[in-house]
Structure formats: C-alpha cells, structure tokens
Design a protein around this ligand. Structure first.
Ligand code: ADP
Length: 158
C-alpha cells in the first residue's frame, strides 16, 4: 500500500488543496493530510478547527486520514512508516522554497522522496492567506474554498 503524506498549514483548506489530494489519490492508495504549524505564519484557525474542516471537505474521498505533525516532518514521516511527502506546486514562485525543503528532508532521511502535483489552472494563484484576506473584508470566497470553510470564515469575521 503506497501512502503519501501531505503536510501543510491548511489554515484553512482551499479548493486548491482538495484538488491536489484528489489527484494524488489517483497515484497513491492513501493520503495522510498532516497539519503542521509553519513558524513563519500566525494561524487563524486552531489545529482542531483545521482538522474538522479538512475532514468535512474530503468526506467524499476514500483513503484519506487527517493527522497532526508533532516535531520534525522527516521524523513524522518515518514514524508513519512512510517515505513519500506530497506537496502542491502552483506558480514558479513556489519552486525555490519547495526545492530547498525537499532536499533538506532528503538530507535528514535519504529514504524520503518528495512528490509534486500541479493544481488545476484555476487554483494557481490561490492560497490560504488571500482567502483569509478576502473573507476579512467580507468578500465572497465561495469559488475558492469548500462550503464548510466558507461558513467558518464567515463566523470568524462577523
Ligand atoms: P505550508 O505553510 O506548508 O506551505 P499550505 O497549507 O500553505 O502550507 O500549503 C500546503 C501545500 O499545499 C504546499 O505544498 C502548497 O504549495 C500546496 N498548495 C497550497 N495551495 C495550493 C493550490 N491552490 N494549488 C496547489 N497546491 C497548493
């Protein structure tokens, strides 16, 4: 059984993330969505809130697990008996950062391979930060996020 671990902040999950997960499930038997906190980003939603939104947004998919990363990603991957990290690629601007991270994780554990999946063109410029910004100013995020996320964002910014 080939399992891929998809780490990220998912603050909150967007349709771009869901698209990557759906595509990955055509290649892998299982995807573990692993929520981690990016120390450079202050999160809007708690880990529990993010996990609940991910579960609801992926309930149409089989073989998806939602988990939380404690500590170093390479250690987490090993603990899960896995060797594949899945990441989404959008524009070229993602490349430098992702390239660095992938090589660093391989340096920490030579068994780890990072696999990149390109999102649907509609979601190339979509990210969680821009969604939060639109929601904060009461704009519509309907086309960018699953329904549950739209609802939770509205509640946050009432
Ligand atoms: P992180 O803080 O780890 O970058 P994110 O939740 O922002 O967490 O992103 C997790 C992963 O999902 C990253 O690989 C990112 O490039 C990818 N991703 C985010 N938004 C999209 C999108 N719209 N299309 C494809 N991949 C995306």
């Amino acid at each position: 059984m080939k399992t891929a671990i998809y780490p990220g902040s998912f603050d909150p999950i967007t349709k771009g993330h869901v698209d990557v997960i759906e595509r990955a499930l055509k290649i892998f038997d299982k995807v573990i969505i692993a929520i981690g906190d990016n120390p450079e980003k202050k999160s809007l939603f708690s880990t529990e809130e993010r996990a609940d939104m991910i579960k609801e947004s992926t309930k149409h998919l089989k073989n998806v697990e939602v988990d939380k990363i404690e500590g170093l990603l390479s250690d987490y991957v090993k603990k899960k008996n896995c060797s594949i990290i899945l990441r989404g690629l959008r524009a070229i601007s993602d490349f430098e950062f992702e390239f660095q991270r992938a090589l660093m994780n391989r340096q920490l554990d030579s068994d780890i391979e990072t696999v990149f999946i390109m999102t649907k063109h509609n979601y190339v410029y979509l990210n969680s930060s821009v969604v939060k910004e639109i929601a904060m100013f009461k704009g519509s995020v309907k086309q960018f996020v699953p329904e549950i996320v739209e609802k939770k964002l509205k509640e946050k910014f009432i």
